[in-house]
Design a binder for this molecule. Structure first.
Ligand SMILES: [Cu+2]
Length: 338
C-alpha cells in the first residue's frame, strides 16, 4: 500500500526538476558558451553527488535488511570499524574538494569573455522592466536585446532601484544588477534564435512579470535591425499621428518616456521605457501583454490592472484621444517586420 502511494508522490516531487528541461528557458539546452560551461558543471555536480548518495543509501538498506548476527565484539572489530569511518570521511572530504575546485574553475571561465566584444550594451534593471541601450549605435529600447549570433557583446549592467538579476538560462548564468554600480558582463548566442530570460532576484510585487528576450540574428539581419532602430521617429504628418503626438505631451507621458526625434530624455536611468520604436517590440511591459492596439489602449488607461504595483500612473483619456495616441505610438516609420 505504501509503495503504491509513494510512487506518484515521488514523481510529483520530481516535477519541478523537469520544468528546467522543457519550455523556453532550458538550463540544459545551452546556446552559448557561458551556459554550456554551467550546464556541464551542473551535470557533473548531479552525477558526482547522486552516485555517492545512492551508494550510501544502498549500503544502509543492505545493512538494515541483513539478518542480525550477534556482534563479534573485541578490539579487532572496533579497529576495523574505525578504519571504515575514517576512510568514509576522507572520501567525502576529497569529493567535496573536487566539487569546490570544479565550481571555482568554471566560475573563472564563465567570468571571462571568450573573445573581444563586438560592441557594448547598457542594461539598467528597473522595477519592473529592463532598459536597454546600444551606446555605440544610439539606440534605446526595453525588455529585449538584439545581437548578432556568434558575437560577444559586453553588457554593462546596473540597476535604477533595488537588486535585480538578469538570467537567460540558455545563454549565461545569472547576472546580478546592483544599484549604484556598473558590472561588465558578457553574452554570446552561438545560434540565431530567441532566448527568454527573466529577473532572478526578487525585486518587488511584479518581479514575476519582468521577462527579457535576447534575439540573436544572422549578421545581415542584425544590420537591418540597426537600420530600423537607429533613426529617430519621423515628424508626425498624418492628422491622427499629429493628434497622438499632442496627446502624448498633454497627458504628460513625456515626463517618463522618450520618443526620440519627438521628445528626448536624459540618458541612462529614465523613469519609463523609450517608446521610439515601441511597435517593433515583441511584448508590452516586459512580457505582460501582447503588442496589440487593444492591449496598448488598456495598458495606457490602467496599467495596474495588468501589472499591479507598476510604476506608471493610470490616465483618463477621451476615446478618440486614446485611439490617436495608440495609433501614433505603434506607427513604425519603416513599416517593416520585426
Ligand atoms: Cu525581479
Amino acid at each position: 500500500v505504501t509503495r503504491g502511494r509513494a510512487t506518484p508522490s515521488l514523481a510529483l516531487a520530481a516535477l519541478p526538476l523537469l520544468a528546467a528541461c522543457e519550455g523556453p528557458q532550458r538550463v540544459f539546452a545551452p546556446a552559448g558558451p557561458g551556459a554550456e560551461e554551467i550546464g556541464r558543471l551542473g551535470m557533473f555536480l548531479i552525477v558526482a553527488t547522486v552516485v555517492p548518495a545512492l551508494v550510501v543509501i544502498a549500503i544502509a538498506v543492505a545493512a538494515a535488511l541483513r539478518r542480525r548476527r550477534p556482534p563479534p565484539g573485541g578490539a579487532e572489530t572496533e579497529r576495523r570499524d574505525e578504519r571504515v569511518v575514517v576512510a568514509a570521511g576522507v572520501a567525502s572530504a576529497l569529493l567535496i574538494g573536487v566539487l569546490v575546485l570544479a565550481n571555482v574553475w568554471v566560475g573563472r571561465r564563465v567570468v571571462a569573455p571568450p573573445d573581444e566584444p563586438a560592441f557594448d550594451v547598457e542594461i539598467v534593471a528597473h522595477q519592473f522592466w529592463w532598459e536597454v541601450r546600444y551606446p555605440q549605435h544610439g539606440i534605446a529600447s526595453a525588455n529585449e536585446l538584439h545581437v548578432p549570433a556568434g558575437s560577444v557583446v559586453r553588457v554593462l549592467l546596473s540597476s535604477a532601484d533595488v537588486i535585480h538579476s538578469l538570467w537567460i538560462p540558455e545563454l549565461q548564468g545569472k547576472l546580478d544588477a546592483m544599484p549604484g554600480r556598473v558590472y561588465a558582463k558578457w553574452l554570446r548566442a552561438d545560434r540565431p534564435g530567441e532566448y527568454r530570460g527573466q529577473c532572478a532576484e526578487f525585486c518587488g510585487l511584479q518581479h514575476a512579470r519582468m521577462a527579457f528576450w535576447v534575439v540573436a540574428h544572422p549578421p545581415e539581419e542584425f544590420a537591418r535591425f540597426l537600420e530600423r532602430e537607429r533613426p529617430p521617429r519621423a515628424p508626425a504628418v498624418d492628422p491622427v499621428h499629429v493628434r497622438g503626438a499632442r496627446v502624448f505631451a498633454a497627458a504628460r507621458c513625456d515626463a517618463c518616456h522618450a520618443v526620440r526625434g519627438h521628445h528626448e530624455l536624459e540618458g541612462l536611468g529614465s523613469p519609463g521605457p523609450d517608446l521610439t520604436h515601441l511597435g517593433s517590440r515583441r511584448t508590452l511591459a516586459a512580457g505582460t501583454l501582447p503588442m496589440t492596439e487593444e492591449a496598448l489602449a488598456e495598458w495606457i488607461l490602467d496599467p495596474a490592472r495588468a501589472k499591479p504595483g507598476v510604476r506608471m500612473p493610470a490616465t483618463d483619456l477621451a476615446p478618440e484621444d486614446l485611439e490617436a495616441l495608440v495609433t501614433w505610438l505603434l506607427a513604425s516609420p519603416e513599416g517593416g517586420p520585426r
